[in-house]
Design a protein around this ligand. Structure first.
Ligand code: ATP
Ligand code: MG
Length: 394
């Protein structure tokens, strides 16, 4: 079957009123960007409530559909045949040929749906449905009409050409990235943070990322793992600017001056402060983490409160109420799981206490942090100044 068009349906962006064009344009841009890599000659246009992709003579159908399946905002992809001559005779014959080739003699129930954006078309919409139904019943005696629960919904759309389709391939849903600003993801090499980034991007938000490493305690390979994860999610999120921060000296200062059981919380508070700095630089409007209540010692309600207390920007935690298994399921779906479970050390775990505080009190943590005064400011500044920027292309 040769489909020369894909009709792209979207869900939520349809209800944005005046902003609708912003969303539709962002969606078109994302789709164009993906298709450019597959073949030349795709044409992507906005059409009354959907996006129309006209396909070139030669292209790889599976690659094309798979690429569009990574575009947030796409609710469904409907591969369609294009009938250049929409006269009734040509429309029925070509639709019949399409049914023959697509279903090869199968018997099924069907219903015809029609849309006529070209109101000059001489036949009214209800009549297109009934006359097309009759034509198909005549030509294929094995078919039956069922107007209530048809097995096949045959859709005919008449514009200046006609488009006929019956398959609906689900897209990822969400909103096109770029429609809702930018956020800074704290990206570690674990399972959770890549999923968190994916989820926020799904709501139309561009993602940049910060990764804290602690050479020589953490290896080049651990860093490469994070770069690999950023690359994997960029398929969905678009390009990511990854900030790699050398956190060793900050961490060593905390170890030297503060109680070991408070290390993780204090470290996380410094991570947030530094991440906020880069978020401001990138005009991001929030931070994103992969935290989930109760998952580990630092993610108790008290731990989260202590971490949160240093932030002036909103911190988005899309996984906050997710069970680990649900997070794993998403990471499998978006293809980050295998990379996330590679066994490389994380800067959070190397110096971690055997019995970290699970119910830190903010005043106690603040008191411990005061012991860092006079030392930590310069170390934080140096960590910021020596940041390594890695631009991850999609
Ligand atoms: P993940 O699987 O995302 O690593 P986790 O279950 O290991 O999460 P923590 O190590 O407590 O949990 O980290 C909680 C969150 O803090 C992470 O989801 C991530 O957003 C951020 N984070 C932790 N370590 C780092 C790091 N080295 N660099 C950047 N962000 C980090
Ligand atoms: Mg982690």
């Amino acid at each position: 079957m040769k489909y020369r068009a894909l009709l792209i349906k979207y869900a939520e962006i349809g209800i944005k009123g005046q902003n609708r064009y912003v969303f539709e344009d962002a969606l078109c841009d994302r789709i164009r960007g993906k298709l450019k890599k597959i073949a030349e000659g795709f044409v992507c246009t906005r059409e009354q409530g959907r996006i129309l992709v006209e396909c070139p003579e030669e292209y790889d159908y599976d690659d094309t559909v798979n690429a569009i399946k990574t575009v947030f905002g796409v609710w469904a992809i409907c591969p369609a045949i294009v009938i250049e001559d929409a006269s009734w005779e040509s429309l029925t014959k070509n639709t019949g040929d399409f049914v023959e080739e697509r279903f090869k003699g199968e018997s099924f129930t069907f219903k015809v749906f029609a849309r006529r954006s070209d109101k000059r078309y001489p036949i009214e919409t209800p009549e297109i449905c009934s006359r097309m139904g009759d034509y198909l019943l005549n030509r294929f005696p094995e078919l039956k009409v069922d107007v209530h629960e048809p097995e096949v919904k045959l859709q005919v759309e008449i514009r200046n050409k006609a488009y006929v389709f019956c398959d609906t391939i689900p897209g990822p849903g969400g909103m096109p990235v770029g429609a809702n600003g930018r956020a800074m993801l704290l990206l570690s090499g674990g399972i959770d943070s890549p999923v968190a980034g994916y989820m926020i991007a799904k709501r139309g938000v561009y993602i940049d990322a910060v990764y804290f490493h602690a050479p020589p305690y953490t290896s080049e390979r651990a860093k490469q793992k994070v770069v690999d994860l950023a690359k994997l999610i960029s398929v969905y999120t678009g390009p990511i600017r990854l900030h790699v921060v050398n956190f060793t000296d900050v961490q060593l200062a905390i170890i030297e001056k503060c109680p070991r059981e408070e290390l993780t919380i204090i470290m996380r508070r410094y991570m947030m402060r530094i991440a906020e700095h880069f978020a401001g630089q990138r005009k991001a409007l929030g931070l994103v983490t992969g935290e989930s209540i109760g998952q580990v010692a630092s993610q108790t309600m008290q731990g989260l409160a202590a971490t949160n207390a240093v932030c002036t920007m909103p911190v988005y935690r899309p996984l906050i109420a997710f069970d680990k298994q649900d997070i794993v399921d998403i990471s499998l779906k978006i293809n980050t799981y295998e990379t996330s479970i590679e066994p490389y050390e994380d800067c959070c775990t190397i110096f971690v206490a055997k019995h970290p505080k699970t119910k830190p009190r903010i005043e106690v943590i603040e008191r411990s942090e005061r012991k860092l005064e006079g030392v930590i400011e310069e170390l934080v500044e140096k960590a910021i100044e020596t940041v390594e920027i890695i631009d991850i292309a999609e």
